[in-house]
Design a protein around this ligand. Sequence first.
Ligand code: PLP
Length: 426
Amino acid sequence: MFNKSIKAYEEACEVIPGGVDSPVRAFKSVGGTPPFIEKGEGAYLFDIDGNKYLDFVQSWGPLIFGHCDKDIENAVIETAKKGLSFGAPTVLETQLANEIVEMFENIDKVRFVSSGTEAVMSAIRLARGVTGKNDIVKFEGCYHGHSDSLLVQAGSGMATFGSPSSPGVPADLTKHTLLCEYNNIENLKKCFTDSSDIACIIIEPIAGNMGLVPADEEFLKACRELCDANNALLIFDEVMSGFRASLKGASGISKTKADIITFGKVIGAGMPVGAFASNKRIMGYLSPDGTVYQAGTLSGNPVAMAAGLVSLRKLKANPEIYDDLSVKALRLVNGLKRVANENNIPLQVNTRGSMFGFFFCEKEPKNFKEVGFCDFKRFATFHHEMLKKGFYFACSQYETGFICTKITNEDIDACINAANQIMKNL
Ligand SMILES: *Cc1c(COP(=O)(O)O)cnc(C)c1O
């Protein structure tokens, strides 16, 4: 039933390293080969063998309205008809920036880029430029894209392959990256005693790249206080959690406010978009107003802006979407927890808005090391069997799942029933 995908994968491997353009897609951590996708439709994916799946990956987060949402599709088509790119300003960029600025009291200006990686890389350069300092604090298991200095203990793709860092990244570049345990205040304080050259703390306030592990509120507060006391900036990487965990992402849930926020995924609705944003003073350092250089030929691409604009406007106009998504995410994980209990399988579950996570372990993980205690073999079997039954979960225990607006309670209940059958033999 995967014949065409297996063949497509073999052919891809001949001309693309590992057959994929982003490593986690290769299914290495769960074994087997990935289905090749033909099309999406609402909450569903269809592969080239004609298999249909309920999609909990949603392109790793961007598709909060599911596949082929009519409003987004129309905006993309109409905008594309006028030209794909100009390398000159369009009002769409101002409109999307305005939508974001209106939502966050700590944001006055936004700069658009083409990926989350770029957004974070640029935010860090900005933080260094503003503070005149060099070191950055990052947490084990948080992923901030694949730029050199951030590729240290970076969760998901990296963790899945068991490589703590990557060849090709000079130690000279990562020596400014101070690594710290997530949710560990003492450890964080030590970073600031060890170095007086810290430009910023970068954190996923809701970590989604070591499975779903939210930061404790006291921990975020400690981040804020340590930054303030040491003239460092706090960066919330909300590339995943932005417009996902709540309308305002983690920033809408936590009392702690960041100096710079990075976005991606949902703001592009499936098109390649990233952004970083801050107040007037900090953004004033950015070229061409200031001297911190950052640029992009396709940045603020009109088609991508149009997709993001429709998506954000729909979310803002219908904030009750988040209540519905939260309830559905809870319905799913509570159902999974119940059937796991019935089958004597230890399972820890978590949700934040439309994000959900589950771990095959005895105790809720609070950091990357504890996630490592999960039963990865059990996850791999579960993943594979669910896939065969038509449920497409992220292919690693280190990933987060996503609920889209097109998913129904019936879809979720069917998933829980399938999980129950599988857990009987897990
Ligand atoms: C996905 C992700 C990134 C990287 O975004 P890309 O668009 O894949 O470059 C950065 N930070 C976080 C928190 C992410 O989840």
